[in-house]
Design a protein around this ligand. Structure first.
Ligand SMILES: Cc1cc2nc3c(=O)[nH]c(=O)nc-3n(C[C@H](O)[C@H](O)[C@H](O)COP(=O)(O)OP(=O)(O)OC[C@H]3O[C@@H](n4cnc5c(N)ncnc54)[C@H](O)[C@@H]3O)c2cc1C
Length: 417
């Protein structure tokens, strides 16, 4: 069934993550400025009714149950899309899962069978957990990608802590930013539980397992050294060059044939583009991302941005990292190019930055915030991280909603410190 027939032409944005929301704000502003709001309508599509604030997800997986239930956690990290759209009259929202896109007919089909047509489309569907076909991993490993994943991890840890007397061994597999941030926060959480909720000494063992030669691949050697010092000080064992061959209920088997017994395996070792992209009839790269040109077009009038876009940086010959600043900068260019195309103006070439800003939080109120022009570490880095979060919320919500959400997140994030 064709939905949202309005007589206007549709610009459809698939995905309400960092890329999709930024594209929405920029496309809407430019449409209005160009006096095109009466001719075009923007339709935002997302499988959930909220935007997940992923940079704080590791915190959610490490909040004691007695301090915040799942509803409190959700209200701290899931930004309601209706709150975002409250300030954007005219934008339509479809809370459905995209099943397929027909690049010839310019239609999108949803899982429930509904159909929507488009004149322009921006694909910003992100990535999902990749288990690389490792036997037992999807069954016994706990991923950290969605809100539900985070709640499951913390519930599992609490059940284990209360059910065993001896110290636990938890393996966090994947030494990228997600694995590092979670492993560090986990130590806080385990000790908080042991010291305050369950009488006993905190002797839990956290192992950070990395398949490559060192953690934080892609970060500068200075950042890697800084993070490693902090992780070691927190008592985390870092084991590099350790590839998982298979996983069972109580142990991992490494490629080296070593058996590593553990009570819990958290899998932060890989992601792959959203499964729906397979049904889009568009060219994809070896990792499954949608191939785009330097205007970020996969086909004329169809753009792909963020984690699901296979843009190759001509300066390095490599794809860009999967992070928020890349998704947002691509969103701005795609939105701009759509309006330029409508107005028969030249499109802008997307240019990758040599360095992107990043924040790496490593347990408690301790982070490295690199804003390219300034780098802050420790407590100052953590304070800068909070300021960056507030700035983002203020860019998408009204001031009251933004401050309320920020305060809620701040409260939850500091519960186990
Ligand atoms: C735990 C974690 C921590 C991270 N921390 C940081 C950080 O600190 N800093 C940083 O820069 N980056 C971080 N990242 C990476 C960052 O989240 C991504 O690079 C960024 O979100 C990419 O934006 P995007 O718009 O491409 O995708 P996303 O933000 O992932 O948005 C994709 C959207 O598409 C929706 N979707 C997917 N499939 C469908 C479908 N079939 N139908 C409808 N909707 C669908 C999803 O629900 C989601 O809302 C982190 C990622 C994770 C998982």
């Amino acid at each position: 069934m064709e939905i949202l027939e309005s007589g206007k032409r549709n610009i459809v944005i698939l995905g309400a993550g960092f890329g999709g929301i930024t594209a929405l704000l920029h496309a809407r502003r430019r449409l209005r400025r160009a006096g095109l709001s009466e001719t075009y309508q923007i339709i935002l599509v997302n499988s959930t009714w909220w935007q997940l604030y992923t940079p704080a997800l590791y915190e959610i997986a490490a909040i004691p149950r007695g301090e915040a239930n799942a509803i409190a956690l959700k209200s701290a990290i899931c930004i309601p899309i209706d709150a975002i759209l409250r300030r954007l009259p005219g934008v339509k929202f479809i809370g459905e899962t995209v099943a397929a896109l027909d690049p010839e007919r310019h239609t999108i089909t949803f899982r429930n069978g509904d159909l929507v047509n488009f004149e322009y489309c921006i694909i910003a569907l992100g990535v999902e957990t990749n288990y690389f076909g490792i036997p037992g991993l999807a069954e016994y490993g706990f991923p950290l990608k969605t809100f539900e994943d985070a709640v499951q991890i913390r519930n599992r840890i609490e059940a284990l802590m209360r059910g065993t007397t001896g110290p636990l061994r938890i393996v966090v597999a994947g030494g990228g930013a997600t694995g590092v941030e979670f492993a560090a926060e986990l130590v806080n959480y385990l000790c908080f539980l042991k010291d305050r909720k369950i009488a006993g000494k905190c002797q839990e063992e956290v192992i950070l397992l990395e398949g490559g030669p060192e953690i934080l691949s892609g970060f500068s050697p200075r950042v890697v050294r800084w993070a490693m010092r902090r992780l070691v000080a927190l008592g985390i064992r870092i084991r590099a060059n350790m590839r998982i061959k298979s996983v069972s209920a109580a142990a991992l088997t490494l490629v080296s044939s070593e058996e590593l017994a553990c009570e819990l395996l958290v899998w932060a070792g890989g992601v792959k583009p959203a499964a729906a992209l397979e049904q889009f009839g568009l060219e994809r790269d070896a990792k499954g991302r949608i191939a785009v040109n330097d205007h970020l077009e996969a086909r004329p009038r169809i753009y792909a941005i963020g984690d699901c876009a296979g843009y190759i940086n001509p300066a390095t010959g490599k794809a860009l990292p999967w992070n928020v600043p890349v998704a947002e900068s691509q969103a701005r260019v795609a939105a701009r190019n759509i309006i330029a195309d409508i107005r028969s103006q030249p499109k802008r070439v997307f240019r990758a930055m040599a360095n992107y800003p990043f924040i790496l939080a490593v347990g408690g109120k301790y982070a490295l915030t690199d804003l390219v022009i300034i780098r802050l570490s420790g407590l100052l880095g953590w304070l800068a991280k909070q300021a960056v979060e507030l700035r983002y919320l203020l860019s998408i919500l009204g001031p009251k909603d933004a401050f309320t959400l920020w305060m809620r997140t701040l409260r939850v994030e500091t519960l186990n410190d």
